[in-house]
Design a protein around this ligand. Structure first.
Ligand SMILES: NC(=O)c1ccc[n+]([C@@H]2O[C@H](COP(=O)([O-])OP(=O)(O)OC[C@H]3O[C@@H](n4cnc5c(N)ncnc54)[C@H](O)[C@@H]3O)[C@@H](O)[C@H]2O)c1
Length: 293
């Protein structure tokens, strides 16, 4: 790991990160940064990720962190995951949910023709699983008072992004679960939030049709540019630390300012140039566009 400034923000804390697959994963970067900030951690993913990802390498980078196999869409798996966590690590101060999957996106089904079994799976794996993690963490008395629960979201929870398909619905559910749990967990000083991250080149991210174009558009629309997975992890450290102990039930945008922008000068100029060049306009399907009267 490169030598970077660290602040001991998580010194003495323990936690678990669900969803690191390889170095590109947001969860991977969060795990590495949490360890560097002084936390003892465990990492978790589905069995297939152990075969196709680099979980052992991550474990070694994080002080031989225990690796716990768990499908977050299965009650029994989640239950035994927290039992194993308590045995191997003890009670924890943070849980990170960095999980997402849509079979409908993988197979590129149009939104109007979604496979409903897959739709339910998307909602279950990418949204409901956060509820399940918190529920079983409570049942197993794994969370310390004042703990921080963090999940990763995307702005498609609130706005339409055509190719994000049923993942937009899953992210709305995820953010709603955060709000529903907030006051219930607050009784023990436990916080729960989402970070809404820029498009990021990861296995899940780059599986979205047209991801490269979405990434470029978002970059052009963000005054500070798209945020990387490493930058997301750096921000996440503050959310997991005591520095944010009164922040709960929030969807925290980490997107270079994208979510507050209406338009940027380059995007306006670009649109104008395209609309006034017949050949270019035709190439992007805008040959019939006429400004509204
Ligand atoms: N990449 C982006 O552009 C972007 C932007 C905003 C938010 N996010 C969110 O960040 C989170 C992490 O995704 P990522 O981009 O790092 O991609 P990633 O592919 O590296 O991570 C997704 C992880 O989810 C795991 N997973 C899938 N099904 C699971 C299940 N049933 N149980 C447990 N784990 C399961 C996968 O094995 C994988 O490790 C996701 O919630 C994603 O929606 C990503």
């Amino acid at each position: 790991m490169s030598e970077k400034a660290h602040y001991g923000l998580l010194k003495g804390k323990k936690g678990i990160v669900f969803g690191p697959l390889d170095e590109s994963s947001i969860g991977w970067q969060i795990a590495v940064h949490a360890y560097r900030e002084g936390a003892s951690i465990a990492i978790s993913n589905v069995a297939a990720a152990m075969r196709f990802g680099n979980t052992d390498e991550l474990s070694a980078l994080c002080g031989n962190a225990p690796v716990i196999v768990c499908d977050a869409s299965k009650n029994d798996d989640v239950d035994s995951c927290f039992k194993e966590l308590k045995e191997k690590v003890g009670k924890v101060d943070f849980i990170v949910h960095s999980i997402g999957m849509s079979q409908n996106i993988r197979k590129q089904l149009p939104y109007e023709e979604l496979n409903y079994e897959w739709f339910m799976k998307t909602l279950d794996v990418s949204g409901l699983s956060l509820h399940r993690l918190v529920s079983y963490a409570l049942k197993n008395d794994v969370l310390n008072d004042g703990a921080s629960v963090l999940a990763l979201s995307y702005i498609a929870s609130q706005r339409n992004y055509w190719t994000y398909s049923d993942m937009g619905d899953a992210k709305s559910l995820l953010e709603s679960i955060v709000r529903s749990y907030g006051p219930r967990l607050a009784r023990r000083g436990i916080r729960i939030n989402t970070i809404s991250q820029s498009p990021t080149y990861t296995k899940a991210g780059s599986g979205i049709p047209g991801f490269e174009k979405m990434y470029e558009y978002s970059d052009l629309m963000s005054p500070l540019g798209n945020a990387s997975a490493v930058e997301c992890a750096e921000y996440a450290m503050t959310v997991l630390s005591d520095l944010s102990r009164k922040v709960t039930m929030q969807n925290l945008f980490h997107d270079g300012g994208y979510s507050s922008m209406g338009a940027t000068i380059p995007m306006i100029k670009l649109a104008h140039e395209v609309l006034n060049d017949q050949e270019l306009a035709a190439r992007v399907g805008l040959e019939d566009f006429k400004p509204s009267a």
